[in-house]
Design a binder for this molecule. Structure first.
Ligand code: PEP
Length: 247
């Protein structure tokens, strides 16, 4: 089975105004030859403009979350179909900030993942342990449990990725050691092959949590790391390009 192209996705979170599209343009302009698939996931307000801005580039646009329903009385939510209509190709689901701020369970994340598939979007499904869970020695059980609970069987044969993001590493400047990352990624890989057979070997497993140009080479070359989900360092084109070039 051929190895999938690594995916480097930027999560702008609740940052960015129309003027920030200049950074997206600079990413596209500076991309050059890269082995990576590159995506930027801005707030819903910017998806359509960014997709238009990047339409002739190799940079894909993604959403940060979607509702499980295709439409309806859900004030303030965004349907996967609306993201696709605005030009998104991917969508992040189950980010730990959504799990924590909005009480999203694995079942809710699985429903959102299904919604993404229904709309033709490629889901990036996030999992990761809290510091308390790591200290208790529960990391592998928590993360593999989230993988089982958040990935519906309908993903078989579809393009998707899993992002391992330790909650305590997000936005903190802290990162697990490379062997710690590899342990978790190997456990996720084993779970993916259990769930999806041989096809589970081709699913990119991204690492996320304080990735920056200075640690990207080591992280991106670790065993079973198939790319990165990048928060803060994706807001500035130079930093994001530095990570992409680390591949
Ligand atoms: C994220 O929000 O997915 C993330 C990894 O953030 P940061 O890179 O800022 O830690």
């Amino acid at each position: 089975m051929t190895a999938p192209r690594p995916l480097i996705a930027g999560n702008w979170k609740m940052n960015g105004l129309a003027a920030s599209l200049a950074e997206a343009k600079a990413v596209a302009a500076g991309l050059g030859d890269t082995a990576a698939r590159v995506a930027l996931c801005p707030s819903a307000t910017l998806v359509a403009q960014m997709a238009w801005t990047l339409k002739d580039s190799a940079v894909l646009v993604g959403g940060q979350d979607c509702h499980a329903q295709a439409s309806g009385a859900h004030t303030g939510d965004v349907a996967a179909e609306q993201l696709a209509d605005a030009g998104a190709k991917l969508v992040i689901v189950g980010h730990s900030e959504r799990r924590a701020d909005h009480g999203e369970t694995d079942a809710a994340v699985a429903a959102k993942t299904l919604a993404a598939l229904r709309a033709g979007l490629e889901p990036i499904v996030c999992v990761g342990e809290t510091l308390e869970q790591r200290k208790a020695g529960d990391t592998l059980a928590v993360v593999t449990g989230q993988v089982r609970g958040s990935l519906p069987a309908e993903l078989a044969g579809k393009a998707f990725s899993v992002a391992y993001e330790p909650v305590w590493a997000i936005g903190t400047g802290l990162t697990p050691t490379t062997p710690e990352i590899e342990d978790v990624h190997r456990a996720i890989r084993a779970t993916l092959t259990e769930l999806f057979g041989e096809a589970g070997r081709a699913v990119p497993i991204l690492y996320g949590g304080s990735v920056k140009p200075s640690n990207a080479v080591e992280i991106l070359h670790a065993d079973e790391v198939g790319g990165a989900l990048v928060g803060g360092a994706s807001l500035k084109a130079d930093d994001f390009l530095g990570i992409i070039r680390a591949l």
